[in-house]
Design a protein around this ligand. Structure first.
Ligand SMILES: [Zn+2]
Length: 467
């Protein structure tokens, strides 16, 4: 896979740093979602990699090495570094990239996937990582949302910053994808206003380049057709509601006629109009047999799901209404902290609507069924949209995935092995084995007893360095 070579270059590049660092963690319980739980382990880390793991340490290691850092793991738990696989670094300009990166690492999130940003705006974040290779998380990015000509996120209305590019049948799609690859993107993010034909061409071009396309399934296409055409992943379980409705075919025809947009309303307003006219109707009229058929197809075709339950439950769980959650805003730059506090207090005055509860229950029960049917689930949040504070928010997602019905070990998998697998990196990341990248989190309490224990962090190691 051509993309594998690009990803490898990114990972190896990060290790070629001249600073020497060696760490030995002693007497720790090692937990990953691939191997049995291992007690009393000694883990030796050097040059950004886990060099060895076992019940004893080779006595020759570290004797003469004054740089060797010893960490006592007694009574503690070692897990792989976590991923937040759905973030938007540029969405809230008041939150700078350093704040983002520091908060991810503080919270044990050692890898992030940016799922939509204009590359020009993302560039300072990329430069910062180059200049600060050992104090930043690993960043995988899609670049802009690839939307239809009538874009949703084009920076013309409040709440819809410019995050996208628009393409249609007349675009040079191959040229667009080549351009993104030249800028270092390792996957693509599709968006809802793409026409069926353009989307199918995009999937084809992506496949030829070894890139997965994840994102919002366009409103113009039947989901099963998209799956069969090579859709790589879905975000927010978006448009599963529409595809699972008993009269899904009619809803699709209705959408296609709405998308002709004879009234020429803006892309964002049109998208909102379509969802508000179809979503709750569709949820009320789910055809369980049809839905299970689609879910089984997602599973059979290996389509990754990033349900982003944190953002799907924004109006029902209302983290922003919780004073304890608002404490996390103190870690943001002052302008963002003040803005979020004001906005949170204002929103908290509203009641939770019946539709918000309906969407909450539907999202969680859908994730449960998908998981039972073997669909690959990835933990991601949509941070910093919805007053989701970088880093902290991932732990909310983990709790919601557990509530949806994943075991604590399966939740860990969704934030470690599965996102690595999305990029074909599961032999380098996501588990704790000799030869793997040294992105690790030491916890004070056992995450298999309660997934909330991922919040009780003793130490974070990223790219082989104690943070
Ligand atoms: Zn998003």
């Amino acid at each position: 896979m051509k993309n594998g070579i690009r990803l490898l270059a990114v990972l190896i590049g990060l290790q070629c740093i001249s600073l020497h660092s060696a760490i030995v963690i002693e007497n720790i319980t090692v937990i990953d979602a691939k191997n049995e739980v291992r007690n009393g382990q000694t883990v030796f880390i050097e040059n950004g990699l886990i060099q060895s793991i076992g019940s004893t340490l080779d006595s020759s290691i570290g004797e003469s090495d004054s740089n060797l850092e010893r960490v006592d793991g007694t009574g503690k738990y070692l897990i792989p570094g976590l991923w937040d696989a759905h973030v938007h670094l540029t969405f809230v300009p008041e939150i700078d990239h350093k704040t983002h990166f520091d908060l991810y690492l503080k919270n044990g999130v050692t890898s992030i996937r940016d799922t939509g940003a204009i590359l020009r705006e993302l560039k300072p974040s990329l430069d910062y990582i180059k200049e600060n290779p050992v104090t930043t998380p690993r960043l995988f990015y899609a670049g802009p949302l690839i939307d239809g000509a009538d874009r949703v996120y084009k920076g013309m209305e409040p709440g819809f910053p410019n995050l996208s590019i628009g393409i249609d049948e007349n675009s040079n799609i191959r040229g667009v994808v080549d351009g993104l690859i030249a800028e270092g993107v390792t996957f693509l993010k599709s968006y809802e206003m793409l026409t069926r034909e353009t989307y199918l061409t995009l999937l084809q071009v992506a496949k030829e380049n070894g890139l997965r396309v994840t994102g919002h399934v366009p409103l113009s296409i039947d989901l099963e057709e998209a799956i069969e055409a090579g859709l790589g992943g879905m975000q927010h379980v978006r448009n599963m509601d529409l595809a699972c409705a008993k009269d899904a075919d009619n809803l699709l025809i209705e959408r296609q006629s709405d998308l002709e947009n004879e009234e020429k309303i803006a892309g964002s307003a049109l998208r909102t109009h379509i969802h508000s006219s179809q979503r709750y109707y569709a949820i009320d009229n789910t055809d369980d047999v049809r839905c299970l058929r689609i879910i089984k197809k997602l599973s059979a075709y290996g389509v990754f799901q990033t349900p982003t339950l944190t953002i799907n439950t924004f109006d029902s769980r209302r983290f922003y209404a919780d004073p304890e959650w608002r404490e996390t805003y103190k870690d943001l730059p002052e302008a963002a902290e003040n803005d979020w506090m004001d906005g949170s207090i204002r929103l908290s005055a509203n009641d939770v609507t019946e539709n918000a509860m309906k969407f909450d229950e539907w999202s969680l029960s859908l994730v449960r069924t998908m998981h039972e049917e073997g669909v690959k689930i990835i933990a991601g949040t949509d941070t910093p949209i919805g007053y989701l504070t970088p880093g902290y928010s991932l732990h909310k997602e983990l709790e919601l995935l557990a509530e949806a019905g994943l075991s604590n070990l399966e939740v860990l998998k969704s934030a470690t092995i599965t996102p690595a697998e999305f990029f074909g990196l599961e032999d380098k990341m996501g588990a704790i084995e000799a030869g793997m990248l040294a992105d690790l989190v030491i916890l004070n309490q056992n995450p298999l007893e309660s997934i909330s224990n991922t919040q009780d962090i003793h130490l974070v190691i990223a790219k082989g360095y104690v943070q």
